[in-house]
Design a protein around this ligand. Structure first.
Ligand code: FE2
Length: 209
């Protein structure tokens, strides 16, 4: 985790976060041999960047660093056992996350708050997460989409699909959601604005020129 300084510093302050990070590391380790490109890429390419951005935002905005780091590390954890399009994905994420938190010493009350107010609402599909920690993790997820090679990766992973325009529409919709519905802090929004504009131009097609 040497590239993820904010996350590493958070781990250094909390033995149970250290245990959780080690357990998650073990869960994701077999995916390096997965047939699925997203599963091979997602831990270092997405989960750890999300957790690092979440820790950085948690410090800047006075959120609970341990809860934000734990929520971010677990936010997509069903990737370790199934493909994204599996209808059981959300339910499996909840089950695995609860078990991991419990094993690492988080209390029942903390787990309940993490599950209902941070992990479950992180995609903001049904509106904003209700707590500061939840907003931090959702924002960290969006920052990781916009400030890493996430959109390049997903485009590469969809090469060969027959419908290029459908992928382009998916990217443009997700870019919009990331900027306008998942980032809750003005400093973070300003930080991603150049990347958002560049990606929108790249994926916008001739009609946006
Ligand atoms: Fe994510």
């Amino acid at each position: 985790m040497s590239n993820f300084t904010f996350l590493q510093n958070a781990i250094n302050t909390s033995p149970r976060l250290e245990n959780l990070a080690a357990a998650i590391d073990l869960l994701y380790a077999p995916l390096t041999r997965s047939q699925d490109a997203w599963q091979r890429w997602c831990y270092h390419g997405h989960v750890l960047p999300v957790a690092n951005f979440a820790c950085e935002l948690a410090i800047a905005h006075g959120a609970n660093l341990e809860q934000c780091a734990a929520g971010a590390l677990l936010h997509d954890v069903a990737d370790t056992v199934m493909l994204r399009d599996d209808p059981q994905f959300e339910a499996a994420s909840v089950k695995i996350a609860e078990a991991q938190l419990c094993m690492c010493g988080f209390t029942a009350e903390e787990i309940e708050v993490l599950m209902r107010k941070v992990i479950e609402p992180h995609s903001c599909t049904d509106g904003p997460p209700p707590t500061l920690d939840g907003k931090i993790v959702a924002s960290g997820d969006a920052l990781a989409h916009l400030l890493t090679d996430f959109y390049t990766f997903t485009t590469w992973a969809h090469l060969g699909d027959d419908d290029y325009l459908a992928h382009r529409e998916w990217v443009l919709g997700k870019l919009e959601k990331d900027l306008t519905r998942k980032i809750f802090f003005e400093d973070a929004r300003s930080r991603v604005e150049p990347a958002y504009q560049a990606l929108k131009l790249v994926f916008g097609g001739a009609g946006n020129a």
